[in-house]
Design a protein around this ligand. Structure first.
Ligand SMILES: Cc1ncc(COP(=O)(O)O)c(C=O)c1O
Length: 366
């Protein structure tokens, strides 16, 4: 370890999105990062290319105020949660990953607080916290993956280190696909104002369940969403936060001045304008998820959980068998995410899903 580097970083391993194995075939179905299986339609790519050729000046910094995009997002958010939001409630990040980091900087850095997560959940909360030297308090989930609220409350009431300043939840959770229960929502609503509730709705367009209206009722709530999933823009790295104008101003202070490249701003603004067309694939993804779930439930040696998102979480009956299943799938050309002791399988195109099924059959039945 380099002597000038913080010693706590030695324990940390970098996030590897698509770990490669020596045995994997050349053609792999990328079903490990929950993207939409379809690229942007050709005519929208052409519009973006035109934009690059005729409107974007490569020698100039991007629009650091993001006003046009924030206006478009505010009207989309208003439409989706029937609560009116203006641009002063929207902050835009280089993926929601950047917003997660900004929230950590704003709440916990410098020994000011630790974060609470219920495992398994999205790994970046913990990874980003650790890179900033922030303690991560982890509580368990029940068999249906709802949070152990007693343990969560106890962790808040009796902190072992610095007080818990931020609670991260995903709705529906990744990797397990379950939306928040009424009891979980009520518990989050009961948290005192000195604790920030980060409600991550990365999969909102698939679940159609949103608590975005809560950010207007509670100054200690922030809702995160992303363009990386349903809006098919993972390559462009755009996410947004919905919060009180006061918290939005803090997020604006903390971010880098030109955090979004011009092409990404243009792509996200276009996606907002063309949202009806882009979201037309959602019913297909949901129908495919239900078809895959039905087919997988025929395997007696798989444990499955219902999902409100664009992925399904499953386990074999032992940790070893689950790990072997992940390897067998990868070897056959289906890349899924092995996390939290289970496998998170993204819903792909009908052809990809059929291959997932065939490869699982081959791995389980031989
Ligand atoms: C729950 C959750 N939040 C946030 C993200 C990151 O989104 P972005 O691509 O906007 O950084 C992901 C990506 O997988 C996710 O699953």
């Amino acid at each position: 370890m380099l002597p000038f580097i913080r010693s706590d970083l030695a324990q940390l391993t970098a996030y590897t999105p698509h770990p490669e194995t020596a045995e994997q075939p050349l053609q792999v179905d990328q079903l490990d990062t929950n993207e939409c299986p379809y690229d942007l339609p050709e005519h929208l790519k052409q519009k973006l290319a035109w934009n690059y050729q005729h409107q974007i000046l490569a020698n100039r910094y991007p629009d650091g105020g993001h006003l046009a995009l924030k206006q478009a997002i505010a009207s989309y958010v208003t439409e989706t949660c029937t609560t009116s939001y203006g641009v002063d409630s929207i902050s835009v990040g280089n993926g929601s990953d950047e917003l997660i980091r900004s929230l950590l900087i704003a709440t916990c850095v410098g020994g000011k607080g630790s974060i609470l997560v219920a495992a398994p959940t999205f790994s970046m909360y913990g990874i980003l916290a650790q890179t900033l030297g922030i303690e991560v308090v982890t509580v368990d989930r029940h068999d249906n993956f709802s949070m152990d609220l007693e343990a969560a409350q106890a962790a808040i009431s009796n902190p072992s280190g610095s007080p818990i300043r931020t609670v991260f939840v995903v709705h529906p959770n990744s990797p397990t696909g379950n939306p928040l229960t009424k009891a979980e929502v009520e518990w989050l609503q009961s948290l005192p104002e000195e604790i920030l509730v980060v409600l991550d709705e990365a999969y909102f367009e698939f679940s159609q369940q949103t608590l975005a209206a809560e950010a207007q009722k509670h100054p200690n709530w922030v809702v995160l969403r992303t363009f990386s999933k349903a809006f098919r823009l993972a390559a462009h790295r755009v996410g947004y936060a919905i919060s009180s104008p006061e918290l939005t101003q803090v997020l604006e202070k903390v971010r880098l001045p030109y955090n979004l490249p011009s092409m990404s701003l243009a792509a996200a603004t276009l996606a907002m304008a063309e949202r009806d067309e882009l979201l037309q694939t959602i019913p297909e993804v949901i129908a495919e998820r239900d078809r895959l779930y039905q087919a997988l439930s025929q395997f007696s040696n798989l444990q499955l959980w219902p999902s409100a998102a664009n992925f399904i979480y499953l386990r074999s009956f032992t940790a070893e068998a689950t790990a072997k299943l992940a390897q067998d799938l990868k070897r056959q050309g289906t890349s899924i995410r092995h996390t939290g002791g289970g496998l998170r399988v993204t819903i792909g195109s009908p052809e990809e899903n059929q291959r997932t099924l065939d490869h699982l059959k081959m791995a389980l039945l031989g």
